[in-house]
Structures are given as C-alpha cells and as structure tokens.
Design a protein around this ligand. Structure first.
Ligand SMILES: [Zn+2]
Length: 221
C-alpha cells in the first residue's frame, strides 16, 4: 500500500469510529476525519470526535446539517426533545437514512481532497437495526459514488463483521483513549449508563475483559 494514501474516516465521537481512525492511521493511511451536526440531542458527540482527532493528530471537518432535525421531528427521539426517550429508550434509535446522508457528504469531501477511500465504523450488530449500515447497502452506494465521481472510490466498514468487544480489544492495543469517546443518547455531563447505547458500551468492555474508563450516572444495566 502507498503509505501516504489518504482516507476519510467518519467520526461519530463513539468508540467504534475512534478505533477505526486509530486503526487507519496504524495501517499507514493519511487520515482526515469528518463528523456531523445533524441536530442530534447528544451534541457532545461532536466535541468528542474533535478530541479524538486532536489526540490522533488528524484534521477534522465538522459538517453542519443541523436543519435535518426539522425533517426528523416526531420521527426519532435522537433529535426531537419533545419525544419521550421511553419506550424507544431501550431500543437502538434509528434516524432514517442517516448513514447514507453522511456517506454522500463523505464522498464529496473525499473527492475534494483527492482521496478515494472512505471508512466508517459500522460494527456487527449495527446491520441488524440499520439497513444503511449493511454491506449490501454500502457496496451498492460505492458503485453509485463511483459513477457520480468518475473515480474508483472505495467505501468500506472494516469492522462490520466484528463485535463491539473485539473492537475495544483492538483499540486498547492501538492506544485509543476511550475515556474521550461518547456513546450516550443523552447529552448529560456523564454517560447515563441506562440507554441502549450506554448498555452496549458497558457490555462491550465487560465482554472484552477490559477496564471501562467511562463514568456512568447509573451503574445498573
Ligand atoms: Zn446513555
């Protein structure tokens, strides 16, 4: 591989994409981060994505798509404060076509910096809930992106077959500062410890047998 091949990593502020960025740099890529303000309630995600980029010493672009929350009002409690977090609170929160929107912007960004590789941090259990995290989707999207840019752009999710606990193990070896990542659906001072995303995070550390540096408001699972 060309040691200076550029790649764009979509950072969410969470542990999976942080691990991916560390992994990509370790693989020798010249990594550029990309993250999104899509009007999400956990705006902390953006700050945490920036922290990861700073730690890893990579540039990061923050794309303002905050007006998207207008079309997601009443659709997902991740952007609509008026929607109750329960009973959906215990379920993954689905923002329609979110990943596809992000990948579209990532393709445009990659093209503008002469990069032909986009990596994003979908992991194994995402495919179950998010159709636009499935391999058949992103490989189909890759074809569309190639047609739309006249390049041989590659869209890949290297962790898409790996459980979250294995990602944590890999990231620990790579020195990912997990205390700087954010998973919670809420925007409190610390992780709530109870939402689906917090529980997945906690369980991944437990399964990996790795000390979880996260401060949770509630320790119960
Ligand atoms: Zn939480």
């Amino acid at each position: 591989m060309n040691l200076k091949e550029k790649c764009v990593v979509v950072l969410s502020g969470g542990p999976d994409s942080a691990t991916l960025a560390y992994w990509a740099k370790d693989q020798g890529y010249d990594v550029s981060g990309l993250t999104f303000n899509y009007g999400q309630i956990p705006m902390k995600e953006i700050e945490h994505a920036k922290k990861i980029a700073t730690e890893l010493d990579i540039p990061i672009q923050i794309i303002d798509l905050s007006s998207l929350k207008e079309i997601f009002k009443g659709v997902t409690s991740l952007v609509d404060e008026n929607m109750q977090m329960t009973p959906a609170f215990s379920q993954p929160i689905i923002v329609p076509f979110r990943n596809a929107i992000f990948l579209s912007v990532a393709v445009a960004y990659a093209n503008s910096i002469n990069s032909t590789r986009i990596l994003y941090g979908a992991q194994r259990s995402d495919a179950q809930f998010y159709p636009d995290c499935r391999k058949e989707f992103y490989k189909s999207f890759e074809k569309t992106a190639r047609l739309g840019t006249d390049t041989q752009i590659i869209i890949d999710a290297p962790f898409s077959d790996i459980p979250k606990s294995e990602i944590i193990k890999l990231g620990t070896k790579l020195g990912v500062p997990y205390s700087l990542t954010w998973s919670c659906y809420l925007n409190k001072e610390t992780h709530c410890g109870q939402c689906e995303s917090c529980r997945n995070r906690k369980n991944a550390f437990i399964e990996a047998g790795i000390n979880d540096p996260t401060k949770y408001l509630s320790q119960s699972t």
